[in-house]
Design a protein around this ligand. Structure first.
Ligand SMILES: Nc1ncnc2c1ncn2[C@@H]1O[C@H](COP(=O)(O)OP(=O)(O)OP(=O)(O)O)[C@@H](O)[C@H]1O
Length: 679
């Protein structure tokens, strides 16, 4: 619990005088909620101070390992020490000043994870700038929205494709002085036309002492209570808003997690950076916890989220890992597929090992010898995934099913579930009790939980308060006031309750609740998971029923994915093929199953009429009926379903960049399909 807060303005040199705990301006510092004991009593620091201290502490240790050609992991790999990291950040800070970075404006980074992402981030922060990531999958319009909102004076882009997006909108952005491209090939205008640069050209420049003095002067003016990082929400529930996190809140979050996961080993952890770095979880886990602990970060290649991640795991053999649930779900799908294709003996051995391991972890009563024998089998899975050294795995950022946690526990790779949001600076709650798969655990030291207006069962809106809560939404006074007050309680929009042991359980999201015509509030994820559990051929399920008399569900069948474009393919996934084989069908293409033209994902013909065989329809109906027997109430029973013409994906718009379903987008896109259901 947090002790009484106090205003520490002026108490420490890097904390600037402030009058409020809330701000929506890049130029306005806030009061810090410094407590008197525990984590919230840690002395405030600016990120540059923390960065230099961390690099000095771990100077000789490896900070980064990366493939020399980011597009080809088969090229040679380079290792960078913390000392070199610090030197590279200084050079980048000078580069940013040279090309025109203005104080209290942003450097936006539109790139896949790479060392330069961090050089740009910490360089910008040392030069008294603000940093903001842009999802590489963004359209030119979204790129413009982020550059304009964040008041960017510099933008760092990955390659020619990202450069083209910025060039298309640059004339609308009078503040934007420089666009720097990291990787070739380069168009002719780069390096010749004003404001366009190659990273390597700038990085090779020698700057004079006057610029170094300017950098030192800028750095001395950085306030720990001023905005450092802007996180744009992914827009699952509306237009992206820019969450403002001050230096102190970012560092606090990394430190409370470090303390909460007590067995992090200093200078001995290895991890893989692959989740988009403009997401708060990747920022905290790769960037800030990495620095705090002197960890070694391997960079995954740009196709990581499309299936190449395991290759990087096999190279890095990470000792710790953070993944959104979808990442673990993909691993689970692959493992189930390998097991299904193995001999009867191997399958039985694996099933036995998983049963023994799960019982051992859950009841803590299993037989140690049996567990040891089982570990010989589960270890083969870990080795195949490159996770044999991995001591802890955290998942969060989206709802996690109990089944997923149980699956990984049974393979002796328990997942710690974390809960948090961009607005609270990262994670607020974690569950380290692997015997309890239902909750997402207890608040980190320094974080308070309150359930607002609880009903008779104690269920209500989850509110959080801590020193790492955001300053506000940039330039959005009203939207900030809707969720955050001077008393510090942030209204998350999530629903849940705290059980008698102090564990938080999340039951849904207010904005995502399906409210039927009868007025029942249905948390969709729970219902969707029940249906998915009955249908191994289903990749995604989305509940429909707002203002309707009954619930229905949209389903996509599992198909393969194009590893280069991320588009769903027409070829069926082996789970779907086996499921269909059990029904007597020998299909290998989705278009055959649905009786539609091939390649609808490319045509993106969302409303095409699908006509699967009556036997398939009957089988899905039966599965939904089975799922309904486990529904929490009659109102939560699904009556009808529709198969969609292709799986959800990032490029076709149904998934956000962290693979979370964009409900509003999906409901709009498939409006005709939904109307057909309720006709
Ligand atoms: N362990 C968890 N269980 C259930 N839901 C979770 C968990 N962790 C995070 N979430 C969900 O993710 C949300 C926060 O996600 P994040 O801050 O990444 O927002 P976003 O997806 O970028 O933006 P948007 O608000 O547009 O969805 C939470 O409000 C909650 O609904």
């Amino acid at each position: 619990m947090m002790s009484e807060s106090s205003d520490v303005s002026n108490a420490v040199s890097s904390v600037k005088p402030a009058t409020s705990y809330i701000s929506t301006l890049l130029t306005e510092p806030i009061k810090l909620r410094v407590g008197k004991q525990g984590a919230s009593a840690i002395e405030p620091q600016s990120i540059p101070q923390f960065f230099h201290e961390s690099c000095a502490r771990h100077a000789e240790k490896p900070a980064f390992v990366y493939a020399n050609d980011p597009k080809d992991p088969n090229t040679a790999w380079t290792t960078i020490s913390y000392q070199q990291y610090q030197r590279n950040v200084k050079q980048t800070a000078l580069m940013l000043l040279h090309v025109g970075l203005q104080p209290r404006t942003s450097v936006c980074v539109l790139a896949f994870n790479c060392p330069e992402w961090f050089y740009a981030e910490f360089g910008a922060l040392c030069a008294n700038g603000v940093v903001s990531g842009i999802y590489p999958s963004s359209s030119p319009e979204s790129v413009e929205h982020v550059l304009a909102t964040s008041q960017a004076t510099v933008c760092v882009v990955d390659d020619a494709a990202q450069m083209a997006k910025v060039r298309q909108v640059k004339d609308n952005l009078p503040l934007l002085r420089a666009v720097i491209q990291l990787h070739g090939p380069f168009e002719d205008f780069i390096g010749t036309e004003e404001g366009y640069y190659r990273w390597e050209d700038l990085f090779a420049l020698k700057f004079d002492s006057a610029l170094s003095d300017e950098l030192a002067r800028r750095e001395s003016t950085v306030g720990a209570n001023e905005c450092a990082v802007l996180i744009f929400t992914s827009g699952t529930t509306g237009l992206p808003k820019a969450v403002m996190l001050c230096h102190d809140s970012v560092l606090m979050n990394a430190k409370i997690i470090d303390t909460g996961i007590s067995d992090i080993r200093k200078e001995a952890e290895v991890t893989v950076s692959y989740l988009p770095l403009n997401h708060i979880a990747a920022q905290i886990f790769d960037g800030y916890m990495g620095l705090d602990n002197g960890s070694c970060i391997y960079f995954a290649d740009r196709d990581a989220m499309k299936g190449t991640l395991v290759k990087t795991f096999l190279k890095a053999r990470p000792t710790c890992l953070f993944g959104v649930p979808r990442v673990f779900e993909k691993m689970q799908e692959r493992l189930k597929q390998v097991t299904a294709n193995s001999s009867t003996f191997s399958r039985s051995a694996m099933e036995w090992a998983r049963r023994v391991t799960l019982a051992y972890h859950q009841n803590k009563t299993g037989h140690p010898l049996k567990f040891w024998l089982a570990s010989k089998i589960t270890n083969q899975v870990k080795v195949a995934l490159g996770l044999d050294r991995c001591r802890w795995r955290i998942t969060g950022g989206a709802p996690v099913s109990t089944e997923l946690k149980e699956f990984f526990t049974s393979l002796d790779m328990p997942l710690f579930e974390a809960y948090g949001l961009s607005e609270v600076g990262g994670a607020a709650v974690i569950n380290r009790d692997i015997g309890n798969l239902k909750s997402c655990g207890k608040a980190f030291d320094g974080v308070e939980i309150k359930i607002n207006e609880p009903n008779e069962d104690g269920h209500g809106e989850i509110c959080l308060r801590s020193r790492s809560t955001m300053m506000g939404y940039l330039n959005e006074v009203e939207k900030t006031a809707e969720v955050l007050k001077e008393d510090g309680w942030f209204h998350t929009g999530d629903l849940g309750y705290v059980d008698e042991d102090g564990n938080l359980l999340i039951t849904g999201r207010i904005k995502e609740l399906v409210i039927t015509a009868g007025g029942e509030n249905i948390p969709p994820v729970h219902v969707e998971n029940l249906v998915k559990a009955e249908l191994p051929c289903v990749s995604n399920a989305l509940l429909v029923g707002d203002h309707r008399k009954y619930l229905s569900i949209l389903l996509t069948l599992k198909t393969d994915m194009d590893p280069h474009t991320g588009l769903p393919l027409d070829t069926l996934h082996s789970d779907t093929i086996s499921w269909l084989q059990n029904l007597g069908f020998k299909y290998s293409l989705l278009s055959e199953v649905l009786n539609i033209p091939a390649d609808v994902s490319a045509l993106d013909d969302a409303n095409i009429l699908v006509q699967p065989d009556a036997k398939i329809v009957a089988e899905i109906d039966a599965a939904i009926k089975r799922a309904n027997t486990r529904a929490l109430s009659n109102a939560q029973k699904v009556q009808k379903f529709a198969l969609l013409p292709h799986d959800f994906s990032i490029p076709t718009g149904e998934l956000g960049p962290t693979l979370k379903s964009r409900r509003k987008v999906i409901l709009e896109k498939y409006a005709t399909v939904i109307e057909r259901i309720y006709k």
